[in-house]
Design a protein around this ligand. Structure first.
Ligand code: PMP
Length: 446
């Protein structure tokens, strides 16, 4: 092990650690001598630089010969991200009119008519009275949560919530409790226990309680059990914050997300958050809620006040994608895309299961992790797939527990059946190499 990157001044700690040393030590601490060889390559499992993207594939450079790969790694669920016949020309036109960046925050001179229009449209789309948009999905969570709750408050978060939620919860100053992944019964236990243990105040133990969940969990592909969670938040008088990064524009009859899928009144969800980086093929995030909530956040949320506004071409991309989804482009492409992502996902999941792979996630979810378990398999799996022109992202510690590494496949409406069949053939070969087929598939629960 090397100890540090730069020599620190005498008596001081180094500013940063050598990455591989840092990572390997963290892994070793967890693995505790189960292996006696370093497994340091896990973070660099897919390190090729992309030269060009087309709507259903990526072309990679840095590999010896530049070639086309079937892309099973990005969140382009509806295929809007590149060369879309409706979105792309409008984005180009917008770039000419507004430039690439807003170059100012929303409260300075970064608000364009496009931002205001998107806020109206997205609020209508998700079924809330008002919405505001941010330049980045991560910052939407990490700056909104602390603006809503602080000392004296209680955040109860699903144990597998995204890092941006964890960052927001930690920096809020509120007490943070976690409940077992997607388990309403454990959430109820945590609610009861926390309320009983809360600081004795005149009428309630906590100033407020916010329960935070995701629509589709990005590492599990699982759909949130929102109906039961809504019943609990109502019973225990808690607010509900729902991150729909992976579910908006994908599930629900018209792509309006989890509430539409499970027939839940959006009134029952206090804060609806989402990102534009997945189904809409753009970047940025939104918060939708009551008029009062959004008005308040505009005054206090640092991500709105101090960060540069969403780039206008990115706004235009979302507006155009939403028009297609809502059928306002005069075609039924939106509904066709929604049907295609569902069909492709269910087809791919079933085929993987038939092959004997252990696949996580629910029906209709475009995310399907294949369990790899052993850390050494993580880089091997994506390397072997890439060698066969299929780009798959595999993830391990610290994004997952050490022995629950997985290959995370993301399916898009833009994948053709030939692409999917070819990818299945390759994954089958790689699963044989990595000895990853189980008959019958084991049942996992954690
Ligand atoms: N929330 C969830 C659930 C996510 O998975 C992600 C990122 N994939 C984010 C928030 C952050 O969004 P962005 O990548 O748009 O910044």
């Amino acid at each position: 092990f090397r100890n540090h990157v730069d020599k620190p001044p005498k008596g001081y700690a180094p500013l940063c650690r050598d990455f591989e040393d840092f990572y390997t030590r963290r892994m070793y601490r967890r693995i505790q001598d189960c292996f006696n060889r370093p497994i340091a390559s896990a973070p660099n499992t897919w390190i090729d630089v992309i030269e060009r993207v087309s709507h259903d594939n990526v072309t990679l450079v840095r590999t010896k010969n530049t070639r086309r790969c079937i892309n099973l790694g990005s969140y382009n669920y509806l295929g809007f991200a590149a060369q879309d016949e409706y979105c792309t020309p409008r984005v180009i036109e917008c770039l000419e009119k507004f430039g690439a960046s807003a170059c100012a925050s929303r409260v300075e001179c970064g608000t364009s008519i496009l931002h205001e229009e998107l806020e109206r449209v997205i609020a209508k789309f998700v079924g809330k009275p008002a919405a505001m948009v941010y330049g980045m999905g991560y910052a939407t969570n990490s700056t909104t949560l602390p603006a809503l709750i602080g000392k004296g408050g209680l955040i109860i978060s699903d144990m597998l919530n995204h890092s941006s939620i964890v960052a927001g919860a930690r920096s809020s100053g509120a007490k943070v409790a976690v409940f077992q992944h997607n388990s309403p019964s454990h959430l109820e236990q945590v609610l009861r226990k926390s309320i009983a243990e809360g600081q004795p105040r005149t009428h309630r133990p906590w100033k407020k309680i916010v329960v935070v969940v995701e629509g589709i969990y990005s590492m599990e592909g699982e759909i949130c059990r929102l109906r039961e969670i809504v019943a609990l938040t109502k019973r225990y008088k808690a607010y509900l914050y729902l991150d729909e990064a992976h579910s908006i524009g994908v599930i629900g009859k018209t792509g309006r997300g989890l509430c539409e899928l499970q027939g839940i009144d959006t009134e029952d969800v206090s804060v609806m958050m989402g990102t534009f980086t997945k189904s809409f093929g753009s970047c940025g995030g939104y918060i939708a809620g009551s008029e009062d909530l959004v008005k308040y956040l505009r005054y206090v949320s640092p991500g709105h006040l101090y960060a540069t506004a969403m780039s206008p071409p990115a706004v235009q991309q979302v507006l155009s994608a939403l028009k297609v989804l809502m059928g306002e482009d005069g075609t039924d492409r939106g509904m066709k895309k929604l049907a295609a992502v569902r069909e492709n996902s269910n087809f791919f999941r079933e085929e993987l299961q038939k092959m004997g792979c252990e696949v996580l996630g629910d029906e209709d979810s475009p995310i399907m992790p294949i369990m790899l378990y052993i850390p050494a398999t993580i880089p091997a799996f994506s390397r072997e797939c890439l060698a066969r022109n299929v780009a798959v992202v595999s993830v391990g510690f610290p994004a997952t527990p050490v022995f629950l590494g997985r290959a995370r496949i993301c399916i898009s409406a833009a994948h053709t059946r030939e692409d999917l069949n070819q990818a299945l053939k390759v994954i089958g070969e790689v699963c044989d190499i990595c000895q990853l087929k189980y008959y019958p598939p084991p049942q996992l629960s954690w």
